[in-house]
Design a protein around this ligand. Structure first.
Ligand SMILES: NC(=O)c1ccc[n+]([C@@H]2O[C@H](COP(=O)([O-])OP(=O)(O)OC[C@H]3O[C@@H](n4cnc5c(N)ncnc54)[C@H](O)[C@@H]3O)[C@@H](O)[C@H]2O)c1
Ligand SMILES: O=C(O)CC[C@@H](O)C(=O)O
Length: 526
């Protein structure tokens, strides 16, 4: 078998293939898409870091390809969907560079606070400028961490060692876990308003793209520092330039950029901006870790063994697959649904399997529910293999209850999620081979969990549904179906509307204003 290495990786990673015996390695760096397309049909495996993009065109030309390995965390340079469609496993190395990225972040923070880069430039240019470069002490300052995952947590621990007050914004971090490492969980706007230094450690997703923009900069303290060692694009670079030149932002440390490689930017002309060329993972130790981790997983995939960090393949044993197959789709939808209707930090997830399924090891179903639930926020960082680990690492308690007694359905799966803002529950089953939701909170209903929906808990009274239809119609959104559930006349009720597309924010706000409507959530289960 042959593995193509497209970006430089540590020699120890290559030695893993040599030790495996029957795997030949070709290192071909800095190739264009077309050059890779021309040779990729000869390879069973590919390894990249962040430079080379493994596009749909490459994947489609890769007839023998079984696995793509990312020596690092982010798989945003790999078309995972195209790989999944072609049955190619994508593996990454999610932990090997955590410390390296956390340490570089601290490097940026200290360098900004003490003007190390401009003072260095001035002195080497012949200027002994002591009063110009008076800095700030970190002790007692508030560090606002956006994204308290692996790297954010390590940054927090190190900041606590500097006696900083650490605030974190991350919907998937429990307050208990944050407390254990001395971090206070806050909402986004509080972190933005109160932090002296803001450091980004979240993935780049549609929710985080340009999260720090002109509006957010205007809310910040005067003289705030911004550090981004996560992904380019989370900070709006033009807005940052304006904020630094206006003096709102005292300085910024950037390891990542919206377009990479980035060699020219107006930001490079500002002495308050410290830049590094995506060096977060670039330590000898991290490069050995990620290359060795990903090489071991590639060898396992090529040998047909289970892997620890598959990004796109469910870990379901073949003999259980036939039984679980219809339920995997159902439970993923249960998870995705709850993931989009809950507010607040998730504290506890309870799963109940009632009926025939209770006699089996339902781990694959639980993992799939967790993956569905965490995916809207964590995106590629959570997969079928690591979802339970990711939930545990965030201090989320997961309990599983099984009961074979079930009167109404052959099987009923119930997912209940307790967050800092309340409890939400949804139950589903398979009817005539199709997934159905049959209970939401305490309301019985029967609906196909597909497509776009509006979920509206409300008080059962006239004019709510009519007014809803008018508002949705005014925004040119077509209603395809509707499901209502209520317990008693005039009491709490729920309306689920199937709609033919997304709903503008303005429509959601108008719907929330209707007298009797308790909440409105847009849910996408496409
Ligand atoms: N500069 C580098 O070389 C380098 C090296 C390693 C990782 N990274 C990047 O650093 C980032 C963090 O990596 P990690 O290993 O800690 O990942 P992680 O998955 O452990 O943590 C990411 C955290 O972000 C949170 N999050 C996701 N969406 C959010 C949102 N909308 N709002 C708030 N929080 C949100 C998640 O809940 C999670 O806890 C990633 O973007 C990764 O690609 C960069
Ligand atoms: O490969 C690199 O050096 C960057 C890695 C880093 O951005 C990651 O996501 O792991």
């Amino acid at each position: 078998m042959r593995v193509l290495v497209c970006d430089p990786i540590s020699q120890q990673g290559i030695e893993v293939f040599q030790a495996a015996g029957n795997i030949e390695v070709d290192v071909k760096l800095k190739q264009t898409e077309d050059e890779i397309v021309n040779i990729v049909a000869d390879y069973e495996g590919i390894i990249v870091r962040s430079e080379t993009k493994i596009t749909k065109k490459i994947i489609e030309a890769a007839d023998k390809l079984k696995v793509i390995g990312r020596a690092g965390v982010g798989v945003d340079n790999i078309d995972v969907e195209a790989a999944t469609q072609k049955g190619v496993v994508v593996v990454n190395a999610p932990e090997g560079n955590t410390i390296a990225a956390a340490e570089l972040t601290l490097g940026h923070i200290i360098a900004l606070a003490r003007n190390i880069a401009p003072a260095n430039d001035a002195l080497k240019g012949g200027t002994w400028a002591r009063s110009k470069y008076v800095g700030l002490e970190l002790k007692g300052k508030k560090l606002g961490i956006l994204g308290m995952g692996k790297i954010g947590s390590e940054v927090a621990k190190r900041a606590r060692a500097f006696d900083m007050i650490v605030y974190a914004y991350d919907p998937f971090v429990s307050e208990e876990r944050a407390r254990n490492i001395g971090v206070q969980v806050k909402d986004l706007d509080t972190v933005i308003r109160e932090a002296d230094i803001i450091s980004i450690h979240m993935p780049k997703t549609k929710d985080t793209y340009r999260l720090l923009n002109a509006e957010k900069f205007s809310m910040m303290k005067d003289g705030v520092y911004i550090v981004n060692c996560a992904r380019g694009g989370i900070v709006d670079e033009e807005a940052l330039y304006e904020a630094v030149t206006s003096g709102k932002v005292a300085g910024a440390g950037l390891d990542v950029f919206e377009k990479e490689p980035m060699t020219e930017s107006p930001l490079f002309g500002l002495e308050q901006v410290l830049v590094t060329p995506h060096l977060g993972a670039s330590t000898k130790e991290a490069q050995v870790n990620v290359a060795v981790d990903v090489a071991h997983d590639i060898v396992k995939v090529l040998r047909g063994e289970a892997v620890s960090a598959a990004v796109n393949i469910p870990a379901v044993k073949p003999e259980l697959m036939a039984i679980f197959k219809p339920y995997l789709d159902l439970v993923e939808r249960l998870g995705r649904f709850i993931g989009q209707v809950t507010d607040g930090h998730i504290e506890k997830i309870s799963l109940t399997y009632a009926g025939d399924l209770a006699q089996y090891n339902v781990n694959p179903l639980t993992t799939t529910i967790l993956k569905g639930l965490l995916r809207p926020t964590l995106q590629d960082a959570v997969n079928y293999v690591n979802a339970p680990f990711v939930a545990k690492a965030r201090g989320i308690k997961v309990t599983e209850t099984k009961t074979v007694d079930m009167d109404d359905y052959a099987n009923l799966i119930t997912l209940e999620v307790v967050t800092s803002k309340g409890t939400k529950k949804v139950s589903g089953t398979i009817m005539q081979k199709e997934p159905r939701f049959v209970r939401i909170d305490d309301f019985s209903l029967d609906m196909a969990p597909i497509g776009h929906m509006l979920v509206m808990p409300h008080i059962d009274k006239p004019r709510i549904i009519g007014r809803t239809g008018t508002i949705i119609g005014e925004h040119d959104v077509n209603i395809a179906g509707m499901h209502l559930g209520r317990k008693e006349l005039g009491g709490p009720a729920i309306a689920i509307l199937n709609i033919d597309g997304t709903v503008p924010e303005a429509a959601l706000n108008q719907l929330k204003e209707i007298d009797g409507v308790i909440d409105v959530k847009y849910v996408n289960l496409q």
